[in-house]
Design a protein around this ligand. Sequence first.
Ligand SMILES: *[C@@H]1O[C@H](CO)[C@@H](O)[C@H](O)[C@H]1NC(C)=O
Ligand SMILES: *[C@@H]1O[C@H](CO)[C@@H](O)[C@H](O)[C@H]1NC(C)=O
Length: 731
Amino acid sequence: MGDSKGSNLNPPLLQSLIEWDYLSVWKCYGLYGIVGGVILGLVIPLLFSTIYFGKKKSKQRGIQVAFGGDVGFTMRNSRFSELIQVPWEGATTMAALFEQSCRKHARDRFLGSRKLISKQLVTASDGRKFEKLHLGEYEWETYGETFDRACNFASGLINLGHSVNSHAAIFSETRSEWFLAFQGCLRQSITVVTIYASLGEDSLIYSLNKTRVSTLICDVKQLKKLAAISSSLETIKHVIYFEEDGTTIDSDFSGNMSNWAVSSFSEVEKLGKESPVHPRLPYKTDIAVIMYTSGSTGLPKGVMLTHGNIVATAAAYMTVIPSLSSSDVYMAYLPLAHVFELAAEAVMLSAGSAIGYGSALTLTDSSNKIKKGTLGDASMLKPTVMAAVPAILDRVRDGVLKKVEEKGGFAKKLFHIGYERRLAAIEGSWLGAWGLEKILWDVIVFKRIRSILGGSIRGMLCGGAPLSRDTQRFINICLGAPIGQGYGLTETCAGAASSEWDDTAVGRVGPPLPCCFIKLVSWEEGGYMTSDKPMPRGEVIVGGFSVTLGYFEDEAKTNEVYKMDDKGMRWFYTGDIGQFHPDGCLEIIDRKKDIVKLQHGEYISLGKVEAALMSSNYVDNIMVYADPFHSYCVALVVPSHQVLENWARGSGIEYRDFPDLCQKDETVREIQQSLSKVAKVAKLDKFETPAKLKLLADPWTPESGLVTAALKLKREQLKSKFKDELQKLYE
Ligand SMILES: *[C@@H]1O[C@H](CO)[C@@H](O)[C@H](O)[C@H]1NC(C)=O
Ligand SMILES: *[C@@H]1O[C@H](CO)[C@@H](O)[C@H](O)[C@H]1NC(C)=O
């Protein structure tokens, strides 16, 4: 899926979210806006403001627990005195949860997808071709129907000859059949291997071979890719592909797949329907998924998630989202091979909610693949809850701000007044916009922004990587709904901490989820101690029901980061550095392995410095590098095309093309100055400010293997790819 899915998460969606014209609202509201804005700004607040009495006492969300002889600082969720492990009694495995939920909600809507109405190729002005889709309304299957189909698929797998003791893998974009196939496998206790779409071919071969996958379930797009490497995929016997509207499988690769039996998803379902097979239900300690994720170094890691892990995380998240029910609608578009999306869909399943499938490329009306004049997934579905990753939200924010900036003048002023007044209200000032004024600002400014995601969002959860405070606040205000941050790695089955719905603070990931404890342990070398004032700090470790079994057939690596304490509790060492606020909420402040000790003994936190330098307009991406044998750091910078070219035009700099511009001394100097400026604002030390830079013209994408699907830097890969450049910077 390198050509499709990895990129799905990122630029295309972002671009599409950015492309809506929020300011066209002025065309209709222009006059009212001008008059209204003035009146609103001055008079209404005095009439309708709720007077704010003092600072609200903050709610206690986490409670410290003391285990006997405990080293470290341990916290649990304040709402539950005991860890929870199931959404309700009896739902101890994903298979049981699925069956019980399907019976309970048999007539409710469950999985929805859109049929293709027409497809056309459009050629852009630069000669590139784009596929534009016209998609129909959502067509739904009930919980009852979904259950029957999953049972049929499970029987079909066995009839096909899949040996129950071997693994199946799912390698596909997010879609309803993914979920069906997954549940089908689990009903026969078949462990499912999942692989991040953005992993390269080598990682794909490595993971499938290592787990000895015998049945591969994929979408049509992946078939070609697999055919090309089929000679390396020795363990595979069966391939099942998801049919797609308007796409047929090529007959010309069947030769290369001669040792594979290839069937379509519906053939397998039919096979199962004709001769049902008894289910072979799993135990809670059985491995449900082996999830391959990109290690930030070298080969991918296969994390073993048990049934117990997934249901515990689902149970915990259900307590975070208030009154989640069958009237909620969830927009599913993130990759299901990510633990975050998998957990989110497990939560929706537990609540009996509807899940509408879409893709990042078709999410909004102006998405890349949506035919002009037709509806994107979100406007068709009108979801009430959504999951997101920071990279997406960051660029939405930048896109909105850019549009505002481009319009300039009065429109820009009005946006900023509205924004500031909402901000003040959220931060608890009586000068903020409350009551009627809030409603009016919503109509004038925010309603249109909200409508790009369907207009019904009542909450959003962001995970996968840290979300910046600014972005969290921005999206919160523009969407007018809580946007929480979840914290959880694949190793803790996405379940570690999550901010709570009524918590308006930003930059924190909330208290521990009720399925686990979170403990801080001192890291002396890095200078983070649990005795630190005003807040205890240290490495974040997680213990409880969401902690997974470890890495598949890699005991050494497992023992490095999963450790048993003398009470028999297993803890996963995340490598993240956190601090606990007095109300029990966790804030992630650093990353252990990103800290380098320089020649003179100063510690430099690469992640912290990068986050600070990202605020320069010139920087699209940056990796700070520190050689421990020197006393200063250097940086690789991918500059923003637009900003840099604007500057070059303004400064009369002549250049052939963008790579040429990046070569120029003046350019490097200009960006260096900009970095020094933001470094000063962020109060970075001199040794933390890159002494030299190399500008790189090509962006870093998941396909190039330089960043993860969540756009986190892969330092080792970047270091080896740009070895020579880095070396030159130290000459
Ligand atoms: C698959 O794994 C086996 C060991 O289990 C190894 O001998 C073989 O070389 C691997 N094949 C590929 C293509 O990586
Ligand atoms: C079949 O395999 C050969 C060698 O493994 C490769 O060169 C060729 O491109 C493959 N054909 C198809 C259609 O994938």
